[in-house]
Structure formats: structure tokens, C-alpha cells
Design a protein around this ligand. Sequence first.
Ligand code: ZN
Length: 452
Amino acid sequence: MTLRLYDTATRSVRDFVPKTPGKVGIYVCGLTVQSVPHIGHLRSSVNYDILRRWLQHTNHDVTFIRNVTDVDDKINARAAERGISIRDLTEETYKYFKEDVAALGCLPPSVEPRATEHVDQMKTLIERLVKNGCAYVAADHVLFEVKKMQDYGKLSKRSLDEMIAGARVEIAPFKKDPMDFVLWKPSKAGEPAWPSPAGIEAPGRPGWHIECSAMSWKHLGETFDIHGGGIDLVFPHHENEIAQSRCAFHTRVMANFWMHNGFLQVEGDKMSKSLGNFITIHDLLKDWPGETVRFTMLQTHYRQPINWTIAGLKESQKNLDHWYELTAEAKPGYLCSEVVGALLDDLNTPKAFAALHELRAEAAKGARPAAASLKASAQLIGLFQWSAAKWTSFRPASISIDERKVQRLIEARSAARAAKNFKESDRIRDELAAMGVVVKDSKDGTTWEIAR
Ligand SMILES: [Zn+2]
């Protein structure tokens, strides 16, 4: 029963052993709070939630840190564009994000540290790096000197030339080398500013990478178990985090495991505002329960790219409708060993779903232990968080239905059925179907759903 995880640093699936038995520290790079979160942002939250649920299920005390980047060039630009304060912009975006991750059934982080509340720790790290010769001051900036770190580039396995091309490095006359990256920079008028470290007189602000080294240090220590994020963060962000932390603390590693989730595409295309396929979770949740969104994301292994489609969402909704119906009366039973085995194998959720579908087939034939096991096993991956009654009463906002009329027709149909007037009851069912309503009869009465 050993959890095995893919580690980007060693390019291999390895047994996960926590640094301290029974305790696990996880740091995941969170959101830059500049605009309403889209489905790509939430993929990482759902993945690490699966990991966390498993670790907690196996009695680990998990400290889960997801940071909030609330100081950044894009935030400053966005606030200026909208004519609101940086604080108002970051608060608004952060609120959306918190609501969205909760709606997708993700457990809240142990701590959600904000970059602007950790500037002191960042400055301490910067001072250390200057003192030990890994960073230098130039033109009121502090820069990390990449050539001082022998194995820089090890995580992304790139050559220096590839890294220069990939990072679109800023060529600045004050840099010793184009690869050197910013730890601290002077603030322009109107930008957030703090007293600078390393003897710099002009007020300034941190570069992006240093905040994660500072926050992971404060909340998890100099080294910790798992660092996660999207695959796009491997270079330069994570490479630079490693350089900063290892050089400041003289450690062999920053984190023992580096986990990265894949990209997300929409109907086969890269999601972008210009393509008009930019989907925010906020909009999605008007028409679909958060669990349907979660179910859809988990159909793809976390390291693979997701192709997000409406057809996929419909399929998930259909499955969950059936699963809720089958397990409405069931108490959670035994965990299915195939589901557990799949999760232990680098969180292989598609494999877990194959086993869940088998349980569903058994439960549909009336096997009560299968329904009980389906409920317990799906709960392990954060599904079945709603009651069956809440599930069936969910109504998509974009489909307008006259609920009172539906109710009236259902009552008339029940009366026709009681009077054995099946011609009339069938006619009413067809009338409801034409309105986009599916009627479901059970021993407890009749319920209805929107046909998708
Ligand atoms: Zn980070």
C-alpha cells in the first residue's frame, strides 16, 4: 500500500515517503489574483485535492499551502485599466477563486499565504543570497547570479541556450549575464513599494520567484515533501525557486517531489480570450454542479492535457445523475480495492473511474454492496458531497423552465396514472419532454430533471 508519484526532478515514478512519518508538507503555486479564474486555474486545485484526500485518509497530518500572488506587474496593469485599487482588485479575484475551488469540492488549504504579507521573509532571503555571493546589486535591482549554481536547469533539463530562448530573458545592461534573474527591483511611481534590502536606497518590490521560496520556508521549512504546480511553471519559475532556496539554505533539494499537472484545452484549442473560448468557473457553475466539473476533470490523468468539451460535461452529468440515483439509499460501504490501487499508482483517476463504472453496473443490477462501495469509493475522490435530493433539484440558470407549470403537469400525470389512464399520462410525459423535462418515477414518487 505505497503511494507512488511521478517526480519531475528525477523523471520517474517513485515511492512517496514523507520526511517525517505521518506528516506531509505540500506547497502549490496558487493564483495571481488579477482576473476571474478560468477552468485551467482550477485543474491544479482539483488534482492536489485528490492527493490530499488520500493522504488524510491514510492518517497523515497534511499541511497544504497554496499561495496568493498579490503583487505582480499584471495586477498593477489590470487595476490601472479598471480604475480600481490593487487591494480591491486582488480581494475581488481572491473571493471568486475561493468560491470556485469550494464549489468544485476542494478542501480549503491549511494556510493561504499572501505575497505582500511575506516581504520581510523575502528580504531576509535576498540579504542571505547577496551575503553568500549568489546574488548581486546593480542599478537598484538585486539579481540572482545563475552561474553561481552548478546544476541550475536540472529540474527542466534544459541547456543554458534553451533556457535563454524559453525565458524570453530581459537583456538589461546592468545584468552580468542575460540568465540572471530579478529578486528585487525598484518601484515606479504608483506601484506598490517597500524599503529595499541589500543597502538599496530607492524603495522597491520583489520579483515573482522569490515569494514562493519565502512562503514555503516560513510555512514548511527549508526543505519539504511535495512542491506542485502547472507544467508551465517548471521553467523558469520552479527552476528559480530551487536556485533561491537551495543557495540560501545550502540544501541538496528544495522539495523531495515535484509534481506538475498538464495543460487544458477547450474543444481542441488553446483557451484564450481572442478565440472566445475562455471559460470561467463562475460561468460554468451557473449551468453545472461543481461536482460535474470535478468529475469531468478527473476523467483525464493529471499529467495529461485535458481537452475540455461540452460533450464531456454532458457525459459526466449523465453519469452522476445515474450514480446519485443508484446510491441514494446506500450507506458508504467498503472502499473498492481497484480504486485504491489506481490512486496509489500516481493518482491514476481514469483507472479509478473504470473500476467505479464496474461498481455502477453491479449496483444497477441491484447489488447493494456494490452501491455502498460505489458511494464510499467515489467519496474518497471528493464526489457525492451533495444529498440525492439536492442533486436532483439542481437547475441550470441558462435554461428557463416554468417550474410551476412542470409541477402542475406532474401532478396531473400522477392523477392520470392513479386512474390508470395511461394514454393521458403518456401524453403529459411527452408534453414535459417537449419542454426539456425528463420525468423519473421511483417508489418515493416522481422527480424531474432538465434534459441536457
Ligand atoms: Zn511559486
